[in-house]
Design a protein around this ligand. Structure first.
Ligand SMILES: Nc1ncnc2c1ncn2[C@@H]1O[C@H](COP(=O)(O)OP(=O)(O)OP(=O)(O)O)[C@@H](O)[C@H]1O
Ligand SMILES: [Mg+2]
Length: 534
C-alpha cells in the first residue's frame, strides 16, 4: 500500500493541501480535482521527486510513474526509453556497457560481476523482449523501436512514456493523465490493461468516461484536502455534491438561528432577563457555523474576440496534398476546401495524420506534394498538441511576459484582463512558465488566442489537460466565435458543442462531412449496416 502521513504542501503563499493522512490500498483510484489543485504535485511527492512541506510517504518496492515531458527523452532510442522505467536496471546496464569499453582490471571485473547480478535480479536479460511486447500492445510497430524518440510522431512518444511506466510489473502505478494523447482505440486498450492490473493504481484524469470505466475509488483533491469516495467518478460527484449541500444547509440553518438569538440578546441584553440572555449567548458560541473551505472549481471565461480583419470567403483550398515521414506516407493526394465560418472538428485515430494536416494548414510543415492556397487576409492562431512547442519551459519567463509578447503593442491591462479571464488572478499572472500545471499551460495558450484575435483558429487537441469546466467554456467560446475554427479532438462534448462539419480520418482516406457529429455517426452506421451481408 501507499501510505501518506500528515502530508502538507504549500507553494509560495498558497496551500495546496494540509495535513493529509490516508492510505491507498489495493484498488484503482482516480485522483481528481480541478486544474492547478495539486494532483501532479501530489504524485511527485509520492514518488519522492518533489519535497512535501510536512509529512512522510511509505511506498511498495517498485512503483511505475508516467512522465509527462517527452523532451527529456529526445535523443534516446524508443526501446531504451521503455527500459528506463526500471531505473535500477537501466543504471546497471549503462555502467556495465561503459565498463566493457575500458581496460579490464581486477576491480573492473569485480564491478562487472556485481552489475551482472543486478541485471539478472531485475530480469535484464528479458528486458528488451518485455519492452517490445508493451510497445506493440500500445500500437507502436517494430519498425519504430530502434528510432530515436524525436524521430517518431508526438502522440507515439507519449505512448512510449506510458510503456515506460508499465515496464517491469510495478507493484503500484502512478499515471498522470494517461489518456491525453491517446485515441479512443488505445484508450480502450489501456482500460482493459488496467482492469487486469493487480497492483495499486493511482490515476489522474479529466476524462470522465475513462475514470468511470477504470476506477474502484476516487480520491478527490479539493477544499485543500483529499477525500476518498468508494465507487467511480459519477458516484463521487453525487456524494460530493450531497455532502457539500448538506453542510451548506446546516450552516444556513445555524446562521438563521444565530441571528434570531442575537436579536433576542440585543433586545433584552440590558434588561431583566439576564439568565435567559446568558443562555442564548452560550448557545450562539456553541452554534458557530463550520468554516467551509472554498472549492477550487472555477470556470474560465473564453470568448474569442470578433476578428479585427475579415478573411476571404475561401480560407484554404487544398489540392492533391501529400505529406509523409521518411518512406511512410501520411497524407496522400488530399483535396478539399474550407470556407469562412466553418467550424470543423478533425476526428480519427492517432497516427492517421490529424496533427500533420493541422501543421500543414498552419504553415509549421511544408507539403511534399500538391498545394495549399491560403485565402486572402488570413490571420491564423495555432494551438499545438505539445505545449512545449510554444511555451518554452526552460526560461524564467512568466505567464504575463509570455502573453505580452503575443501581440506587439498590447497594453498591460489588456494582458492582465485576459489572464484574469483565464483564471490567473493576482500574483498567479507572474508564475514562471516552468511552474504551470498542464491545465494552466493550456489556458495560457488559449489566452494568447484571446488576446490576438485571429480570424482562423487551428487547435490540436486543446482539451488535453483541461478540466471539465474549462472544456465546456472552450466549447461555448468556439460556438460563438465569428471566425473559422479547425480543431482536432477526441472529446465528444467539445465536438458536439461547436462543430458544424467533420473532417474524418477514419477510413483509408480522410474526407469532409458537412454536418455535425451525430449526423456523421448516423450516416456511418447506416453505411455499415447496409454493407453487411444479410
Ligand atoms: N515550483 C512552483 N512554484 C510555484 N507554483 C507552483 C510550482 N509548482 C507548481 N506550482 C503551482 O501549484 C499548483 C498545483 O500544480 P499541479 O501541477 O500539481 O496541478 P494539477 O492539479 O496537476 O493541475 P492540472 O489538472 O492542470 O494538471 C498550480 O497552481 C501550479 O501553478
Ligand atoms: Mg497535473
Amino acid at each position: 500500500m501507499i501510505r501518506l502521513e500528515n502530508i502538507s504542501k504549500k507553494i509560495g503563499g498558497r496551500t495546496l493541501f494540509e495535513e493529509v493522512s490516508f492510505t491507498f490500498n489495493q484498488g484503482r483510484y482516480g485522483l481528481t480535482g480541478p486544474n492547478g489543485s495539486g494532483k501532479s504535485t501530489l504524485l511527485k511527492i509520492i514518488m519522492g521527486v518533489e519535497p512535501s512541506t510536512t509529512g512522510t510517504v511509505s511506498l511498495p518496492r517498485k512503483v511505475g510513474f508516467l512522465k509527462q515531458r517527452i523532451e527529456d527523452f529526445r535523443d534516446h532510442l524508443v526501446i531504451d526509453t521503455v527500459i528506463m522505467g526500471n531505473a535500477r536496471l537501466w543504471k546497471a546496464m549503462q555502467e556495465r556497457d561503459s565498463l566493457y569499453e575500458v581496460e579490464m582490471t581486477d576491480a573492473v571485473g569485480i564491478r562487472l560481476g556485481e552489475l551482472e547480478e543486478i541485471v539478472a535480479e531485475e530480469n535484464g536479460y528479458t528486458a528488451e523482449s518485455e519492452a517490445e511486447v508493451l510497445l506493440i500492445g500500445m500500437g507502436i510497430g517494430e519498425e519504430l523501436h530502434r528510432k530515436k524518440m524525436h524521430e517518431i510522431p508526438t502522440d507515439r512518444q507519449f505512448r512510449v512514456l506510458l510503456c515506460q511506466a508499465l515496464f517491469g510489473n510495478p507493484d503500484a502505478l502512478l499515471l498522470d493523465e494517461p489518456t491525453n494523447h491517446l485515441d479512443l482505440e488505445s484508450i480502450s486498450w489501456l482500460e482493459e490493461f488496467l482492469h487486469q492490473y493487480k497492483g495499486i493504481l493511482v490515476v489522474v484524469s479529466h476524462d470522465r468516461h475513462f475514470l468511470n470505466s477504470v476506477c474502484t475509488d476516487i480520491a478527490d483533491l479539493d477544499y485543500e484536502t483529499i477525500i476518498t469516495y468508494p465507487g467511480n467518478y459519477d458516484a463521487m460527484l453525487v456524494t460530493k455534491t450531497a455532502v457539500r449541500s448538506r453542510a451548506e444547509d446546516e450552516n444556513k440553518a445555524k446562521e438563521k438561528k444565530i441571528s434570531q438569538l442575537k436579536e433576542f440578546v440585543a433586545k433584552f441584553g440590558a434588561g431583566t432577563r439576564a439568565s435567559q440572555v446568558q443562555s442564548r449567548v452560550r448557545e450562539i458560541d456553541r452554534l458557530q457555523p463550520l468554516e467551509l473551505k472554498k472549492s477550487n472549481i472555477q470556470r474560465p471565461f473564453i470568448r474569442f474576440p470578433n476578428p479585427e480583419k475579415q478573411s476571404g470567403q475561401v480560407i484554404f483550398k487544398v489540392e492533391g496534398l501529400s505529406k509523409g515521414y521518411g518512406d511512410h506516407p501520411v497524407i496522400q493526394k488530399l483535396s478539399f476546401e474550407i470556407h469562412r465560418g466553418d467550424k470543423i472538428a478533425v476526428i480519427g485515430n492517432n497516427g492517421k495524420g490529424k496533427t500533420t494536416l493541422l501543421k500543414l494548414l498552419s504553415g509549421v510543415l511544408t507539403p511534399d506534394g500538391g498545394k495549399i492556397t491560403l485565402g486572402h487576409g488570413l490571420d491564423i492562431g495555432y494551438f499545438p498538441q505539445n505545449h512545449g512547442d510554444v511555451l518554452n519551459k526552460h526560461t524564467k519567463e512568466t505567464a504575463f511576459d509570455w502573453l505580452k509578447t503575443r501581440k506587439s503593442g498590447a497594453y498591460d491591462q489588456d494582458v492582465r484582463g485576459v489572464l484574469g479571464r483565464m483564471l490567473f488572478a493576482g500574483d498567479d499572472a507572474f508564475k514562471p512558465l516552468q511552474n504551470l500545471s498542464g491545465g494552466e499551460a493550456a489556458r495560457l495558450i488559449i489566452g494568447g488566442l484571446l488576446l490576438t484575435g485571429p480570424n482562423v483558429l487551428i487547435m490540436d487537441e486543446p482539451n488535453n489537460h483541461l478540466d471539465l469546466e474549462a472544456v465546456s467554456a472552450l466549447a461555448s467560446g468556439l460556438e460563438d466565435y465569428k471566425g473559422t475554427a479547425i480543431v482536432a479532438t477526441h472529446d465528444r462534448e467539445l465536438i458536439n458543442g461547436f462543430a458544424t462539419k467533420i473532417i474524418a480520418f477514419e477510413e483509408d482516406k480522410p474526407h469532409i462531412f458537412a454536418g455535425p457529429l451525430d449526423e456523421y455517426l448516423k450516416k456511418k452506421n447506416e453505411k455499415k449496416s447496409s454493407s453487411r451481408p444479410s
